[in-house]
Design a protein around this ligand. Structure first.
Ligand code: SF4
Ligand code: SF4
Length: 417
């Protein structure tokens, strides 16, 4: 069911994964689709509940949702906030012995209805959704400032509207990596790497807007469609061979949601994309980094797309890096808690007495004795750096994206000297 997408276009993904279910199917019509009917094959084994990081806090975890749905009592679920606690981590979906596409199909539909029935949407989530609709990013930043980070990038970053020619790679930068200074470090590192590798790339600059994955998974389908329509129109203005993005949520959106709206481009996440250049990159990684590093598997990149080894291979290529594993890794990795709108629900979760998943995960990273927690998603930098402030640790630890560590090890070019 889960495929590696490197060389597939949008329509090929749909075919490969059998994504026939239109995701705007309402709960009343869910059994009209093949994917929906598959839900009826649930054997009530409870694996989904056992594997869910917030299962114990949900009055209605996936297994009970299915039981209520079969019994015609689904409306009762919408009166609770159970699905607001789903961080779209895909753990239940990959473990389900019946292959029920829980996180792709059932849970978002239930979540949409849950949100529609809530008397009050948690404030942080509400403002991020409103900001995304109004400004094209959840932080409420001006769209005119989206491109500003490029001015301080030591490596050139061409903008499509300025270069006026086709490129090989269209880099979709996304919101955190455009606006937040820590995210901008990540973007500058990737720009440096791509320049060093001689990749022909450009960005959309101020024309780009949030890809909308979290809008979709917190199930604001109207907002998601607005963003999809907008971004698709911008893509159609330019010629390029593939889209890359370092944001695993945007990658997820382009890979499994946009194709349902006619998106037909090849899309890659930057970690596996750069890993394809490993032979070319290795001789350029000259600076020894004496770090013990542990790698966190992002849910959308690992469990959802099957890219577990590429980040590890890149890290192992850096001279001096000693890679160690956390107790939960690859398929069993613990979510950072940022997906499905979780990024804006920390206060809400705290009020409910729920442990932040980023703190649960950082404790595992600390237990390895590593100096560096390496990630492959800008959300995770933010979440884990924040968690490090609240969790006790004797030895210092830093959080770095894989591309940042690669750029740190890269030999200096003549221009940079
Ligand atoms: S893991 Fe799958 S089969 Fe088992 S209870 Fe959950 S949905 Fe049903
Ligand atoms: S996607 Fe993750 S958080 Fe959501 S119900 Fe499944 S296991 Fe729980």
């Amino acid at each position: 069911m889960i495929t590696k997408p490197s060389e597939l276009t949008g329509s090929e993904y749909i075919k490969e994964e059998g994504l026939t279910c239109q995701l705007d199917t309402g709960i009343d019509n869910i059994f009209d689709t093949e994917e929906g009917r598959k839900i009826l094959s649930c054997i009530q084994c409870g694996t989904c509940v056992g594997t869910c990081p917030y299962g114990e806090h949900m009055e209605y975890p996936p297994r009970r949702i299915i039981r209520m749905l079969r019994g015609g009592m689904i409306d009762e679920i919408f009166t609770t906030d159970s699905l607001l606690k789903c961080v779209a981590c895909y753990a239940c979906m990959v473990k389900c012995p019946r292959g029920i596409r829980l996180s792709d199909v059932l849970l978002p539909i239930v979540k949409e209805q849950t949100l529609a029935n809530l008397k009050q949407i948690p404030a942080e989530l509400q403002s991020s959704l409103q900001n995304t609709l109004r400004y094209g990013n959840p932080m409420g930043e001006s769209s005119r400032r989206r491109v500003n980070w490029i001015k301080s990038s030591p490596s050139p970053v061409p903008v499509m509207s300025e270069i006026k020619r086709p490129v090989d790679v269209l880099w979709f930068v996304e919101c955190y990596t455009s606006y937040y200074s820590r995210g901008q470090d990540n973007s500058k590192a990737l720009a440096r790497l791509m320049n060093a590798l001689g990749i022909d790339f450009a960005v959309l600059g101020n024309e780009e807007k949030c890809a909308g994955d979290c809008g979709q998974l917190t199930w604001e389908s109207g907002l998601f469609e607005t963003l999809t329509d907008y971004n698709m129109e911008i893509f159609r203005k330019y010629k390029f061979n593939r889209i890359i993005t370092g944001d695993t949520h945007a990658f997820n959106a382009f890979r499994i949601r946009y194709p349902l709206y006619g998106f037909d481009y090849k899309v890659e996440h930057t970690t596996p994309f750069i890993a394809r250049y490993l032979d070319q990159l290795k001789p350029k990684l000259k600076k020894k980094l004496d770090y013990t590093v542990t790698y966190h598997d992002a849910c959308c990149l690992g469990r959802r797309a099957g890219f577990y080894e590429e980040g590890r291979e890149l890290l192992k290529a850096i001279p001096g890096v000693n890679l160690v594993e956390m107790t939960h890794n690859r398929t069993n990795s613990i979510c950072c808690g940022g997906g499905g709108g979780g990024m804006w629900l920390d206060t809400y979760f705290k009020e409910k007495g729920m442990e932040r998943l980023s703190e649960r995960r950082i404790k595992e990273a600390i237990a390895t004795g590593a100096d560096v927690l390496a990630v492959s998603c800008p959300y995770e930098i933010y979440r884990f750096e924040d968690a490090l402030k609240t969790v006790d640790h004797d030895k210092p630890m830093i959080v770095r994206d894989v591309v940042e560590l690669l750029a740190e090890s890269l030999e200096e070019t003549d221009d940079e000297r």
